[in-house]
Unconditional design. Structure first.
Length: 500
């Protein structure tokens, strides 16, 4: 395989095409994909046209459009590399013990991430964490990022009055995450670059960055430092909406001459999460008859935000997990005429399923969450009558699906997302609610820039954002999909990854 990272490819030779839209004249026969000026110029039988310039030998491989992750918290995901993993802890005592032995970061904190306490036999407490961690400020971030467990030293450091259980939820938890993510840009940018280079190695050519920060300056800084791994569309939150409007940023506006990084949507979080038991639902959570979750933004306030964003040329990305939150979000799209997506759509009322397509609202969903949360869903949402993780129902209704990871909630790996969507399992367990599984072609398309509605066929005239695979993703089983190897990744024909 010729070519080096950063070079512009002229031909990808001897590949087969897949994605639910094979060019019929070729069938399964190998083809050469010719690139000119960052665009697919021609697709011809292998060897039919001269191969000039930089040639990537794809013999025996499969070529697909470059993949996108439509929901990433970039800095928080990248900083996971220096935080203590807690995904395998099984109770509060173990979590506290692990953090008592965790390394102390340069800023004097201990930070753990990824715990899931909803099915623990015991509960977090301030006293328990203090006993194990002493005077070192210690923070444990829930896997869903909607709650943070702190010790007394951490509460003192943050100048926040401690809670009885040591847990902060929703907006106070988000504020803690903002503070923990506010590290020296030289440090965070290094971790971001490393993380996104790894993403390019999985065939990713674009992400939607939903960090809770002013992302325009952060990405301009990274571009100035030479960042070029993939495309970025970045969001803005309500507290920074006025700033975005004042500087004239509209959805799709580029912040660099090459258009690698662009303004995305207004992101509004309207309810909580499943793991923190705060997603706004129509039925109460087990053992807590007064808890149906919470709406963190009132419906009239949501509509006002969406009207302002729409008037400024911004699309909207509305976080809604519970069925009540999804209903209100769809109502807001209907009332305001806004365009955009609902983020997560984890529990959707039967009557609301067809509204996504009718309103033209994309369903930005994270299939790995269904696999992560299967036991939790069957327990915490056992009394709910709406549909949990309704991928097939949404697709059948005509909704446009856009896949992501919500990294760091799940790893940024499109092949894991596709496998979870198709096979609804991981690690050999029986499929969970298999009737909501998707066909592989739809799942692959949902992982591309336009989502499932656009398909994933390669055609002349398309931008040459491409990934070369070692297998056909339409025929692979769960383990094979997750093990997909990417030989090369290209953004507008420029190599951003090439396997050794």
């Amino acid at each position: 395989m010729t070519g080096a990272r950063g070079e512009h490819v002229d031909v990808v030779s001897g590949v087969r095409l897949t994605g639910g839209g094979r060019l019929d004249p070729f069938g399964d026969d190998p083809v050469d994909v010719h690139v000119r000026g960052g665009i697919i110029h021609d697709i011809a039988p292998a060897g039919a046209l001269p191969r000039r310039g930089v040639v990537v030998d794809g013999t025996g491989g499969w070529l697909v459009p470059g993949l996108w992750d439509h929901h990433v918290h970039t800095v928080q995901w990248a900083l996971v590399a220096q935080r203590t993993p807690l995904s395998d802890v099984t109770d509060a005592v173990q979590a506290a013990s692990v953090m008592g032995r965790a390394p102390i970061l340069d800023d004097g904190r201990r930070i753990g991430t990824g715990f899931r306490d909803a099915l623990w036999p015991d509960a977090p407490s301030l006293r328990l964490l203090d006993e194990h961690t002493g005077d070192i400020p210690t923070y444990l971030i829930n896997a869903d990022v909607h709650s943070v467990w702190l010790n007394s030293a951490a509460f003192r450091r943050e100048s926040i009055a401690p809670t009885v259980d040591g847990v902060l939820r929703e907006q106070p938890a988000f504020e803690i995450s903002r503070r923990l993510n506010d590290v020296d840009p030289a440090v965070s940018d290094r971790f971001v670059r490393q993380a996104l280079d790894r993403a390019a190695g999985r065939g990713v050519t674009g992400i939607v960055d939903l960090d809770m920060a002013w992302n325009a300056d952060a990405w301009a800084r990274r571009l100035d430092a030479g960042f070029d791994s993939l495309r970025v569309s970045f969001g803005v939150y309500p507290d920074l909406l006025d700033r975005a409007i004042a500087v004239g940023l509209s959805t799709g506006d580029a912040v660099d001459p090459g258009g690698l990084v662009r303004m995305g949507s207004l992101k509004v979080i309207t309810d909580g999460s499943l793991g923190t038991r705060t997603a706004a639902c129509s039925h109460p959570y087990p053992g807590d008859p007064h808890n149906t979750g919470m709406l963190t933004v009132a419906p009239d306030a949501l509509q006002e935000l969406m009207v302002r964003a729409t008037g400024a040329g911004l699309s909207c990305a509305i976080h809604a997990i519970g069925d009540v939150a999804n209903s209100h979000a769809l109502d807001a799209f209907a009332m305001t005429g806004a365009t955009g997506t609902i983020e997560h759509a984890q529990l959707v009322a039967h009557a609301d399923i067809p509204r996504f397509a009718r309103l033209g609202v994309g369903a930005s969903v994270q299939p790995e969450h269904a696999v992560d949360d299967r036991d939790l869903t069957d327990s915490v949402w056992a009394q709910q009558t709406a549909l949990p993780y309704p991928l097939r129902a949404l697709a059948d209704s005509g909704a446009n699906l856009l896949f992501g990871s919500d990294a760091p909630v799940s790893p940024l790996d499109p092949w894991a997302a596709i496998a979870a969507a198709v096979h609804r399992t991981r690690g050999g367990r029986p499929a969970w609610r298999p009737e909501q599984g998707l066909d592989a072609a739809t799942a692959l398309a949902a992982s591309t820039v336009g989502g499932s509605a656009t398909g994933s066929a390669l055609e002349p005239g398309m931008t040459a954002d491409l990934a070369l695979l070692d297998r056909d993703p339409l025929t692979a089983d769960d383990a094979a999909l997750r093990g997909t190897r990417v030989g090369a990744t290209m953004v507008a024909g420029r190599l951003t990854h090439i396997a050794p």
